[in-house]
Write a protein that binds this ligand. Structure first.
Ligand code: PBG
Length: 332
């Protein structure tokens, strides 16, 4: 029997009578402190250039990115995730440039953290910005080799921690990498470096515009990441991945993409009760933004999509719309 009394003693519309009442009983509250802005920084480049498949999202030169970050901070964003766009002449089969101690992302992190020490900076760990085949790891006999890749990811992680990244985010989906990276960070005295694991990263077609943004799409061609990213059909496997990563030393776990995987976010949060992030990826952003720009959807759908991700259980969200939504929420 229901504990609720029936109509007319119960009228749910009483609490929807005006905006103040609606907000008073709102269960999910999205703030700019929940939002993380991904930023593309392009090597050997000045100014900013539009990414064609991502409306109003740009590749920034290193000098220009500082003023963009200042704007982000002014609208209330406290965290960014940086992605390098590397000169194609520096890409090779092994992604060696990833381990160059003064490579572009190291220089970028140094510069950004020097200018904005309080800003939380997240750096991606994976080899795809540096490989000429566009895969996240090293190819041996035409397959992405797990253990050999992890060896490189460990070094890449140390380099990024050294450069000043607050959070290291392995997005490669190799087995065992969280534990080995954690061990290595501890040994080298990076005890407070936070590990954000892309734990449940699906083999999704929603990453298309990102691959355009970092120029890895043409390198990857028809090749697929299905031997390391997760099957879109699986949820139990996501719980398994997350359990392993927490055990190996992840501080935060992430689900990616976000809106097509709300059930996964919810299950992970319910099961493990650890900090759980979601990545509203490039394709999710572009699809909504294009429909908005055509006038086919109201611009409020962007906020609605982010609220749905938070309502599912995400503590924070990486979103290309972070800046504009933050402006809207904070009315700045
Ligand atoms: C690379 C990486 C990808 C994204 C974040 N890190 C692309 C991929 O796995 O192919 C996708 C982000 C997005 O689509 O916005 N390891």
């Amino acid at each position: 029997m229901s504990i609720f009394r029936k109509y007319p003693s119960t009228r749910l519309r009483r609490l929807r009578k005006n905006l103040n009442l609606i907000e008073l009983v709102s269960e999910t509250n999205l703030t700019s402190k929940d939002l993380i802005q991904p930023i593309f920084i392009k090597e050997n480049f000045e100014g900013k250039e539009q990414i064609e498949s991502m409306p109003n999202i740009f590749r920034f030169g290193l000098n220009h990115v500082l003023s963009e970050i200042e704007e982000l901070i002014n609208v209330g964003i406290n965290a960014i995730a940086v992605f390098p766009v590397i000169e194609s002449s520096k890409k090779d089969e092994k992604g060696l440039e990833a381990l160059n101690k003064s490579n572009f992302i190291v220089q970028s992190i140094n510069k950004i953290k020097k200018e904005f020490p309080e800003l939380i900076l997240i750096a991606d760990v994976a080899l795809d910005p540096y490989t000429d085949h566009g895969h996240d790891g090293i190819l041996i006999n035409n397959e992405v080799a797990n253990d050999e890749t992890v060896e490189v990811l460990i070094e890449q992680s140390i380099l990024l921690a050294e450069a000043g990244a607050d959070i290291i985010a392995p997005s490669d989906m190799m087995d065992g990498r969280i534990g080995l990276i954690r061990d290595s960070l501890e040994k080298q005295n990076f005890k407070d470096t936070i590990l954000l694991s892309y734990a449940a990263k699906y083999n999704s077609k929603f990453y298309g515009p990102f691959r355009d943004a970092v120029n890895s799409a043409s390198n990857l061609g028809n090749s697929s990441k299905s031997s390391y990213q997760m099957n879109i059909s699986n949820k139990n496997e996501a719980l398994h991945e997350v359990a392993l990563d927490i055990n190996e030393g992840a501080d935060i776990v992430m689900v990616k993409p976000a809106m097509p995987y709300l059930d996964v976010i919810q299950s992970i949060k319910k099961e493990f009760k650890v900090p759980t992030f979601a990545y509203q990826v490039s394709g999710e952003f572009s699809m909504l933004k294009n429909a908005i720009n055509h006038g086919w959807l109201d611009k409020e759908v962007m906020l609605e999509s982010l609220v749905s991700i938070k309502r599912a259980g995400a503590d924070a969200i990486l979103s290309y719309a972070a800046k504009e939504i933050s402006k809207e929420i904070n009315k700045v």
